[in-house]
Design a protein around this ligand. Structure first.
Ligand code: PLP
Length: 433
């Protein structure tokens, strides 16, 4: 073992693959073995590896202005240009953008913006946040408390109650349905539970409902039709904001520009962006705030003072330059339209895996998918988590990198630039694994 403390890794695990270089959708280990990156790194390397335009944008920016901060109104051209570009792209009215470095810190920013907003609007008690079981929203002390996965909570004494974080049902029909329950009845039941929670807590204590349009890291959960329409109706009725965590879904991943578009989520109040914002060439995140929410921060009903929140690297010129170039490439090369087509092809190629005796469900949308591994197809009984780990290792042996998620599923989320021929290669390797 080396001296690295590895993130999200068992302390007793040993190093598995030493990745030395990448090109397109492939990475190569220190023995020269090629792997198809079936998870785009960690759901993020949308334009693949070695994109010369991104490298050139980074190099030029480092020569021009390697660093400047953004405190107190100082700024630089790339940050302003990137904010304009994001505002033009997101399905959020009159968006304003705060920059950070990771999905986790962007979500932390929103916890603080919600509190600041509650004070600014003279309703300081309206600050609780509803998240869903199996949601993943990061790992900082605050964002980790928004996350519902046991591994991210257990042993950390996460301040769930202190931060006023509430949980409601996940929308995974396959796992959450009652015997004989239809999809529609399932949706009505869990949305009914959401409303019961709101009424029990008091709508005047709840600021926002947080959701990944399609849940990623906890198993690629695509909610049934009608779910978000019903959720939004309940939230609107009780004056609760919709906060969309688009860290995985954003930028063409689910067959449209954003997960909100795919899932009919209209004009969310808050939207978290990271990962594919810069194709993961450089760490950068964006907390997108709808215009009317922003206005209330600017003109508070009572004096709340300076917005005392910001990171040394908020709006780092390197991140902004690379993200701006990434977004330009998405537009110029019609990456989202192409990814919608290859995404449909991926889903078509994965569908037959549902016939496998150990696969209970194949699910996904666009270029994100998961296979639910089951020991009993009839009951949907899952395996212990080690089985998804075995499949992951077997696929790696065959030259395909995927990821075990939620203990019982195997996820795929290749770069958006993957071709149909490479999807054939992916599914061949998956079949071998
Ligand atoms: N939100 C979602 C939906 C994520 O999938 C992730 C990371 O996978 C995060 C937030 C946290 O992002 P980061 O790892 O950049 O802090």
């Amino acid at each position: 073992m080396t001296n690295v403390i590895y993130p999200t890794t068992n302390f007793k695990a040993t190093e598995q693959i030493v990745v030395e270089r990448g090109e397109g959708v492939y990475v190569y280990d220190n023995h020269g073995k090629q792997y198809l990156e079936g998870l785009a790194g960690l759901w993020c390397t949308s334009l693949g590896y070695g994109n010369q335009e991104l490298i050139d944008a980074a190099t030029a920016q480092m020569g021009q202005l390697s660093y400047y901060h953004a405190f107190g109104g100082k700024t630089h051209p790339m940050m302003m240009a990137l904010a304009d570009k994001i505002r033009d792209m997101v399905p959020v009215d009159n968006a304003k953008i705060f920059f950070g470095n990771s999905g986790s810190d962007a979500n932390d920013t929103f916890i603080k913006i919600l509190r600041y907003y509650a004070n600014a609007t003279g309703r300081p008690e309206k600050r609780k946040i509803i998240t869903r079981e199996r949601g993943y929203h990061g790992v900082t002390v605050a964002a980790g408390a928004l996350t519902s996965l046991p591994a991210n909570l257990t042993h950390f004494d996460a301040p769930v109650e202190a931060l006023g974080i509430l949980r409601t049902d996940h929308p995974h029909y396959y796992k959450g349905r009652h015997p004989g329950e239809s999809e529609e009845a399932f949706v009505d039941r869990i949305v009914g539970n959401l409303e019961k929670l709101i009424l029990a807590e008091g709508a005047d204590t709840i600021a926002a409902f947080l959701a990944e349009p399609i849940t990623g890291a906890s198993g690629v959960i695509v909610p049934p039709a009608g779910y978000y329409e019903k959720v939004q109706a309940v939230l609107n009725k009780h004056d609760i904001m919709f906060w969309a965590d688009e860290v995985i879904c954003g930028f063409g991943r689910t067959g449209n520009d954003f997960g909100c578009t795919t899932m009919n989520i209209e004009n969310p109040a808050l939207m978290t962006l990271a990962k594919q914002l810069s194709s993961a060439y450089v760490p950068i995140s964006a907390s997108v705030v709808r215009g009317d929410i922003y206005e209330a921060l600017v003109e508070p009903v009572s004096e709340v003072g300076v917005f005392g929140h910001g990171y040394t690297y908020s709006g780092h010129p390197l991140g902004c330059a690379v993200a701006l170039k990434t977004l330009e490439i998405y537009e110029r090369d019609n990456i989202f339209e192409k990814a919608a087509k290859t995404g449909a092809y991926l889903q078509k190629k994965l569908a037959p895996f549902a016939e496998h005796p150990l696969v209970g469900e194949v699910r996904g949308r666009g270029l994100i998918a998961a296979l639910e591994l089951v020991s009993d197809k009839a009951t949907g009984e899952g395996f212990p988590p080690s089985v998804a780990g075995f499949l992951t290792n077997a696929c790696a042996e065959a030259g395909l990198i995927g990821r075990p998620v939620a203990g019982t599923a195997f996820a795929l989320c290749p770069p958006l630039i993957i071709t149909e021929a490479q999807i054939d290669e992916l599914t061949d390797k998956l079949a071998t694994g």
